[in-house]
Write a protein that binds this ligand. Structure first.
Ligand SMILES: NC(=O)c1ccc[n+]([C@@H]2O[C@H](COP(=O)([O-])OP(=O)(O)OC[C@H]3O[C@@H](n4cnc5c(N)ncnc54)[C@H](OP(=O)(O)O)[C@@H]3O)[C@@H](O)[C@H]2O)c1
Length: 290
């Protein structure tokens, strides 16, 4: 006897991660809503979306992810990333839906000497990080049944993204310097989406760090992408975070360990280089067809 499909609502479905979740839920009934369908900044919109869907689970990929934008507009950051999540969590509790909420390495200061595990104390340095920590706390307070999946350094397949920007600049022969004093775990959006789908269906509770395996700097990631695109990686120069001078502070150490994920018996995501190779092969093939 086959299990009847679960109805799963995906919010932020227009984003890098949100657009990938439905593909990992082929046997479930997925309702995917972008900002027009479920606006976290609008309580009524959130409540209506959840009540209308009556889902068994919600995967929340919606967030205001512009880190420097958040620094300049803390009210909007809190409105979307914390209060919006409160409304979503409360609506899930009313609907009896399990909430899988995506959070970030930026909840940590980056000062730890070693990987952050799920039980380390968050201490965000940026407005974005604080607003996302607010979202985590709202989930824990208001959702009846929930999981938080913290991830880092997401590279997706479409839209504006780090990998395409870097490779595009390398192709144009534009000057290219990338920071080499931040360390983290790159995460391929489709791989993360698969993990989120798994958390939604299994209803596993708790906080999980979910990234591809392996640690590198942004410079390493850029050079690897350029090389996989068939270009010379030595065109990618280095710079420091201080030289880049972005408005919002970034953690120097963003490395997340997946201790809780492993303890739950879940298989680790593949190494980031493997995921990047797959992603670049698809990009190169698409370029040949265009
Ligand atoms: N990207 C990373 O490197 C990274 C790292 C760690 C954690 N994360 C977390 O991963 C999750 C997914 O991020 P992502 O990389 O997929 O980001 P993304 O591509 O920016 O997607 C976020 C989506 O949220 C939507 N959104 C923005 N404001 C909204 C609102 N008020 N109501 C509803 N939707 C809204 C955006 O829609 P519009 O385009 O219409 O604004 C966008 O489609 C987020 O929780 C983020 O904090 C990301």
């Amino acid at each position: 006897m086959t299990a009847s499909p679960l109805r799963i609502l995906v919010t932020g479905a227009g984003g890098q991660v949100g657009s990938e979740v439905a593909a990992h839920l082929p046997h479930q009934e997925v309702i995917a809503l972008d900002r027009a369908g479920c606006d976290l900044a609008d309580r009524h919109s959130v409540e209506q979306a959840v009540a209308a869907a009556a889902p068994a689970a919600v995967v929340n990929c919606a967030a205001w992810t512009d880190v420097d934008g958040c620094e300049a507009d803390p009210e909007r950051a809190v409105l979307v990333n914390a209060l919006g999540v409160r409304h979503l969590a409360a609506a899930c509790a009313r609907a009896g839906a399990h909430l899988v909420h995506v959070s970030t390495d930026y909840v940590f200061s980056g000062e730890k000497d070693g990987p952050y595990d799920e039980w380390d104390e968050p201490s965000p340095r940026s407005v974005y990080g604080r607003s996302k920590l607010g979202g985590e706390l709202e989930v824990a307070r208001h959702a009846g049944s929930w999981a938080v999946a913290r991830t880092s350094w997401v590279f997706g397949r479409r839209g504006r993204n780090f990998v395409d920007t870097i490779v595009g600049r390398a192709r144009e022969g534009a000057p290219l310097r990338v920071v080499d004093d931040q360390r983290g775990c790159p995460t391929y959006a489709p791989d993360l989406a698969g993990a989120l789908a798994r958390l939604a269906v299994s209803r596993l509770p708790g906080v999980y760090h979910v990234t591809n395996q392996g640690v590198c700097t942004w410079h390493d990631l850029a050079a690897a992408a350029v090389e996989l695109a068939g270009l010379d990686p030595s065109v990618v120069g280095t710079m420091t975070t201080a030289e880049l001078g972005r408005p919002a502070p970034r953690p120097a150490n963003s490395v997340l360990s997946g201790a809780a994920w492993a303890a739950a018996g879940l298989a680790p995501l593949r190494p980031w280089r493997e995921a990047l190779a797959e992603r670049m092969a698809a990009t190169v093939a698409a370029g040949r067809e265009a």
